[in-house]
Design a protein around this ligand. Structure first.
Ligand SMILES: C[S@@+](CC[C@H](N)C(=O)[O-])C[C@H]1O[C@@H](n2cnc3c(N)ncnc32)[C@H](O)[C@@H]1O
Length: 271
């Protein structure tokens, strides 16, 4: 999932009344809707602005207080769900740190929907540009895009604090705060005994770690990025007896696995 660094438009003090930004942030602590509504009505950008020193946004504060209705209100007013503060923490981190799981789910849902819409826009742009090719190869799996068109050529890096995997634009590919969600998915995938599971996209290996803890009989991991694959090798995922790593894009690897007659009980997909 992509994550946004503090944007220049958010820190351009000359354009923003920082006193009002601080006022809305304070109001989010107590859930003072009168103040919040007045500022957002004055300008919806107040829902999205970040305090200069800390990088905190109204959404981060609402999330840390577990105020789901306020989070929903701010998201609908245009607050970016994935903005990060000066410590690299997003609203999801704030909610997770305070164990507000309802708010975590709300933010994840919102993020997933945003990613789906962006993906659809990306596909529409591509389809218009490449309609001739697609007519020649309708529905070809290898035409399915990755998150960003040049993603697989970008250098990725795992942050030293172990909190994120970032791409070359410093957008987050994966963040630690999604661990509870990954664990919940792993539980569902592993219901029953002797489960054979397939995960598409290793990222930080969070769901794969959760799956391993539940002892699958066979655990396939498809990963397309070389930097991530190298990390898997460093962490000796290839030495685990029940793990099969398939390096490559799922678009190519899956048809190969199917042709080999591989059968699994559950598939998780998060690219
Ligand atoms: C959001 S991360 C997955 C995070 C993972 N669920 C976890 O628990 O840490 C997405 C991963 O999918 C990989 N990926 C992206 N496009 C892919 C593709 N076409 N085929 C296979 N893996 C892909 C990325 O390199 C990245 O490692």
């Amino acid at each position: 999932m992509a994550d946004m660094e503090m944007g220049e438009e958010n820190v351009a003090e000359s354009l923003v009344d920082m006193d009002k930004v601080r006022t809305i942030i304070e109001a989010c602590k107590t859930g003072n809707m009168e103040v919040i509504d007045a500022l957002v009505s004055e300008s919806p950008t107040f829902a999205a602005q970040q305090e200069l020193e800390t990088g905190q946004s109204p959404l981060m504060v609402a999330a840390s207080y577990g105020n789901g209705n306020l989070c929903q209100y701010l998201l609908e007013a245009g607050a970016p769900w994935n903005a990060i503060d000066r410590q690299g923490q997003c609203a999801g981190n704030y909610a997770t740190a305070n164990q507000h799981w309802g708010v975590v789910n709300l933010l994840v849902d919102w993020g997933v929907r945003a990613e789906l819409v962006l993906g659809m826009m990306e596909r529409t742009k591509r389809d218009i540009g490449e309609s001739v090719t697609l007519q020649a190869q309708p529905g070809a799996a290898e035409n399915q895009p990755c998150t960003k068109p040049d993603y697989l050529r970008q250098r990725l890096h795992y942050t030293a604090d172990g909190q994120s995997l970032l791409d070359a634009d410093k957008d987050a590919v994966m963040m630690e705060w999604e661990r509870p969600l990954m664990k919940a998915h792993a539980q569902i995938m592993m219901e029953g005994s002797g489960r054979r599971v397939l995960n598409v996209g290793f990222g930080m290996g969070i769901i794969d770690t959760a799956l391993q803890e539940l002892s699958p009989s066979h655990h396939i991991i498809i990963e397309a990025h070389l930097d991530v694959y190298n990390r898997m090798i460093e962490e000796r995922w290839d030495r685990r007896p029940n793990v099969q790593i398939c390096f490559g894009r799922w678009q190519e690897v899956l048809p190969q696995l199917v042709s080999e007659g591989v059968v699994v009980d559950a598939i998780f997909y998060d690219t």
